[in-house]
Write a protein that binds this ligand. Structure first.
Ligand SMILES: Cc1ncc(COP(=O)(O)O)c(C=O)c1O
Length: 420
């Protein structure tokens, strides 16, 4: 144990690491039966009038209403379409700026540009979520909304974000794609801002392969999202439309996808209690290790525990640390690897950096309706790049047991001792 595995020593662990998915690992008999039931019904399109009251998509929306406490829910076919619908719901459009964190999935930035608004990048802090102080400094008279992204299962500082939003009369869209089931001060994520978005893609807490959900307390916002998610306006054959018509997409979810996901919300608390307990224990065991830093937010109620991140002194050390821990048998990654083109980091959002639209031009930045000016470069958010460049990540899930926790702790101790 006195030589690092990367230098030819004996690794801490030779057993394969636990699988990286969370809800995806739990797909089983119950889901099989639900899918077969839909096939037996031969009713795979949500809005077939016969049996509408029994629609799987409708039931999934009901589950989300109950789960989040929001008055309205709309199932869509991805987290990206949920964000686009949420922005449309919030009235964001040409001429507007929307503040987003510099660390999120590229879809957050793409959704803003797709509704013809201009994304404005904001620094994150060591919690990995948007920095409220920088957020306030990025507000201009054109700012219409903020997208608060609960990154890597960690909730944003919603008290401060909501108070800034109310002060400047801005809409808050919560992107809870990576934090389904999370809470902030006891309130479900997605239900704190004006509108909340979830993703049901494979790598998320629960999954239906591809899928998403929008929740809100506002009937008007819900109607706007419903209309935009389905230009054919099927829902309004059954519900009174109270908003003027506008063109929409087709982001409808199928009955099969909804059926696959139904009931998974019920499994979430047990999985998340486990991930949170694992993370809490890891943070307790690692907090006193020299030469690594943990955010005070890690391991608290704000943290779902789906990922362990710690900071080292610089990016060279981070790369060496991630490689050395991986060699010890625990897969570890750099959160920002300049060579990896990871679409979670703003510098890799090529369309944004170059202000490119799909037609060879520069819309919405060049729109005559946009009266502001925004510049993007690799230097736009230096604190974010510094933090992410020094961050080492180990993915966690609910299948991690005490033995695995001990292996992580041993590997981190060993690497810190012999390498840093
Ligand atoms: C923070 C964040 N926002 C939005 C999305 C988009 O979700 P989807 O992949 O379901 O379109 C993702 C998922 O990849 C995400 O991680």
């Amino acid at each position: 144990m006195d030589k690092l595995a990367i230098q030819g020593g004996v690794p801490v662990r030779t057993k394969p690491w636990v699988s990286k998915f969370i809800g995806g690992e739990e797909l089983g008999q119950e889901e099989k039966e639900r899918l077969l039931r839909v096939l037996d019904k031969k009713r795979v399109f949500r809005y077939v009038p016969e049996g509408l009251e029994d629609s799987e998509v409708g039931q999934l929306e009901e589950e989300y209403r109950r789960f989040t406490g929001a008055k309205y829910a709309l199932a869509v076919n991805s987290g990206t379409s949920a964000l686009i619908c949420a922005l449309i719901a919030a009235g964001v459009g040409p001429g507007d700026e929307v503040i987003i964190p510099a660390y999120t999935w590229v879809a957050t930035a793409g959704a803003v540009a797709l509704v013809n608004a201009v994304p404005v990048l904001c620094e994150i802090d060591d919690s990995l979520t948007i920095d409220p102080q920088d957020l306030e400094s990025k507000i201009t008279p054109l700012t219409k909304a903020i997208i608060a992204v609960h990154m890597r299962g960690i909730s944003c500082d919603m008290d401060r974000i909501m108070s800034i939003a109310r002060k400047y009369n801005l809409k808050v869209i919560e992107d809870a794609a990576q934090a389904n089931g999370g809470k902030y001060k006891g309130q479900m994520l997605g239900s704190i801002g004006d509108v909340g978005c979830f993703s049901l893609q494979q790598s998320k807490v629960i999954t239906t392969g591809e899928g998403g959900m929008v929740v809100t307390d506002s009937e008007t916002m819900w109607q706007r999202a419903v209309l935009y998610h389905d230009g054919a306006m099927y829902q309004f054959r059954f519900t009174e439309r109270k908003i003027p018509a506008f063109p929409g997409q087709n982001y409808r979810l199928t009955e099969l996808q909804a059926a696959l996901s139904l009931g998974q919300i019920g499994k979430m608390p047990a999985m998340l209690n486990k991930t949170q307990a694992v993370k809490k224990r890891l943070v307790e065991l690692l907090r006193s290790v020299p030469k690594i830093e943990l955010s005070p937010v890690f391991g608290t109620e704000r943290d779902l525990g789906i990922s362990l991140v710690f900071y080292v002194e610089n990016s060279t050390q981070a790369r060496e640390t991630a490689e050395a821990i991986t060699a010890e048998g625990i897969p570890a990654q750099l959160v920002y690897d300049p060579e990896a083109n990871d679409q979670h980091v703003y510098v890799n959002w090529e369309f944004l950096m170059n202000k490119q639209d799909p037609w060879g031009g520069s819309y919405p930045w060049s729109s005559p309706l946009y009266k502001g000016e925004v510049h993007y470069s690799t230097e736009s958010c230096p604190r974010t790049l510094d933090l992410l460049g020094r961050a080492v990540q180990i993915r966690l899930n609910h299948l991690i047991e005490e033995e695995d926790i001990q292996d992580i702790v041993k590997a981190v101790h060993k690497v810190v001792h012999y390498l840093l």
